[in-house]
Write a protein that binds this ligand. Structure first.
Ligand code: GDP
Ligand code: ZN
Length: 372
């Protein structure tokens, strides 16, 4: 085994530390005011300061490249272009939307490279210079996101954890730790909301039996499953086949074997995106960087912090957001704090009974609600 655990422990500590200091959305939404607070009070930022330069950064003349966002830091974005990781500032002409994260891991973006004289040698970038400027983002095909309340008003901001991922790889283990169906349910609706395909992995089949009743329920809901053991290799071919050629993102509680699975199916293992360019003081901000694992037959497995919290921290107001068809009706419920379970004159329940809301969705909602 490679020393994955040690590195992970370190990055977890970093994440904790970082979360204590400021909230993620402050950065990803590129809100100038909040960013200024961050700069002044909390962290030492890279020299290209967001507040001062947001409106000033001009895209240099030069060839543009398409790339994928792999990390977000105060005032700059890490973009993967081919096999290179570039740190980019954001063009003043880039207009962040108000109600959804401006940039997220997985976003497809266009960047213009800095002129040669501004870029120093590989792996040793000049701290004062970015490698390029991000000028635009393509529309997203899928989003892994959650609602976030903003300010005193009932405004909902959509925090995008990852964009353009096709598969949400929901890893569970049959034992150690035990299966938590509620968590799987939550990840499935998160995937559905974002138009991603959920794929549930029952790992550690060498340790015990798969919960057949639950597996059958998933099958009824049309959710594909794979059974495997990262330890013995059983079932891994099925998993490889399911992931081939697709962009997948890892989800699941800790200890279920996500790292073990990646190590087992990605030869030569991970690309150390966090380490390559982030060793200097910026390393402290590296916690939103994703790790990309290229699959041999094409495709990508992306691992990014923040995915786990999506399902773990869900409360009932957040839950309804994942059911837009119910939110649309909830205004007609008699009680404005209606949970759509037992209350009289519930528009959602009536619609479910009349078949206007898919029964599977309504029952899914009830089932998750019970686990919150
Ligand atoms: P993660 O937190 O989801 O990334 O989980 P890890 O990959 O770190 O695995 C947690 C523990 O479970 C480690 O001790 C692994 O060796 C072990 N593990 C992972 N997959 C399997 C498996 O299929 N069978 C068994 N018996 N242990 C496994
Ligand atoms: Zn209701």
């Amino acid at each position: 085994m490679r020393p994955v655990a040690r590195r992970k422990g370190k990055s977890r500590r970093r994440i904790k530390d970082w979360q204590r200091r400021f909230r993620e959305e402050d950065i990803t939404s590129l809100d100038a005011d909040q960013t200024e607070t961050l700069q002044r009070d909390r962290v030492k930022l890279p020299p290209w300061r967001l507040k001062e330069e947001m409106g000033q950064v001009e895209a240099p003349e030069g060839p543009s490249d398409e790339g994928m966002v792999t990390g977000l830091f105060p005032g700059c974005v890490q973009v993967r272009v081919g096999d290179e990781e570039l740190l980019c500032r954001i063009a003043g002409t880039f207009r962040p939307p108000k109600d959804i994260s401006a940039l997220a891991v997985g976003d497809q973006v266009t960047i213009v490279r800095a002129r040669d004289e501004h870029v120093s040698g590989q792996g040793d970038i000049d701290k004062d210079r970015a490698d390029g400027v991000l000028v635009s983002r393509r529309p997203r095909e899928t989003v892994l996101s959650r609602p976030q309340r903003r300010g005193r008003y009932d405004e909902v901001f959509e925090k995008v954890v990852a964009a353009n991922m096709e598969v949400l790889l929901i890893v569970t283990s049959v034992r150690q730790p035990r299966l938590r169906p509620g968590l799987v349910d939550r990840f499935c609706i998160i995937a559905e909301r974002g138009e991603m395909l959920p794929l549930v992995v029952f790992n550690k089949i060498d340790l015990g039996e798969v919960d057949e009743a639950f597996a059958a329920e998933l099958a009824t809901g049309g959710i594909p499953t794979v059974r495997c053991s990262a330890l013995t290799g059983a079932g891994l071919d099925d998993l490889r086949a399911a992931l081939a050629g697709r962009r997948s993102i890892l989800a699941g509680a800790s200890g279920v074997g996500k790292s073990a699975i990646v190590n087992a199916i990605v030869p030569g293992a991970d690309l150390p995106t966090r380490e390559i360019r982030m060793k200097d003081e910026r390393g402290r901000h590296a916690t939103t960087a994703a790790t990309l694992h290229k699959l041999p037959g094409g495709g990508l497995i992306v691992d990014t912090p923040g995915v786990r919290e999506l399902a773990l921290e869900m409360d009932d107001t957040e839950l309804t957001w994942y059911f837009p068809e119910m939110v649309a009706l909830a205004g007609e419920c008699k009680f404005n704090n209606c949970t759509h379970t037992h209350e009289p004159d519930c528009a959602v329940r009536s619609a479910a009974e009349a078949g206007e809301i898919a029964p599977r969705r309504y029952h899914g909602y009830l089932r998750i609600l019970e686990t919150l």
